[in-house]
Design a protein around this ligand. Structure first.
Ligand code: FES
Length: 151
């Protein structure tokens, strides 16, 4: 099923090339996070980092965490995926920034989808990557902490 269509009109004299996008089934909040992703990028020296893939489509999300005193003080993400996956990653970063690790671990993809104003049922699986990447990044952080604590 096609969720997005991009129509690229050839530039006419003096006129910029215009890209029009049909919204499809997505909420305004999804579109906002897709078009203006928050906290997108990479992070040097992340305290926790993980990459997960979506076996259903081969898309990938990477999350980087900066953690101080058990609190997520900074987060970045990179997602290779559809609009729902990018918006879910973006919303996830917004919802966990400033939260403790325990609070962040309570975040589920259902909460993220709800905060996005809902996702089409067929796109719910796209919201799972951000949750899994977050959990794996926290696990990576804890593993590193454990290694540092080892004698
Ligand atoms: Fe791959 Fe949405 S289609 S994450």
């Amino acid at each position: 099923m096609l969720y997005f269509t991009y129509t690229i009109r050839p530039a006419i004299a003096g006129e910029q090339q215009e890209v029009m996008m049909a919204q499809g089934p997505y909420s305004d909040t999804v579109m906002d996070h897709f078009e203006h992703p928050r906290n997108m990028g990479e992070m040097d020296g992340a305290d926790g980092m993980a990459q997960v893939g979506n076996p259903a489509c081969g898309d990938v999300t990477r999350i980087f965490l900066k953690i101080e005193n058990d609190r997520i003080v900074d987060v970045k993400f990179k997602t290779f995926g559809c609009a729902a996956a990018i918006a879910s990653s973006s919303m996830t970063t917004e919802l966990i920034k400033g939260k403790t690790i325990d609070e962040a671990l309570k975040l589920t993809n259902e909460i993220v989808a709800r905060e996005l104003g809902g996702l089409p049922e067929a796109k719910m699986h796209c919201s799972v990557m951000a949750e899994e990447a977050l959990r794996a990044a926290i696990e990576d952080y804890r593993k590193k902490q454990g290694e540092q604590g080892d004698p």
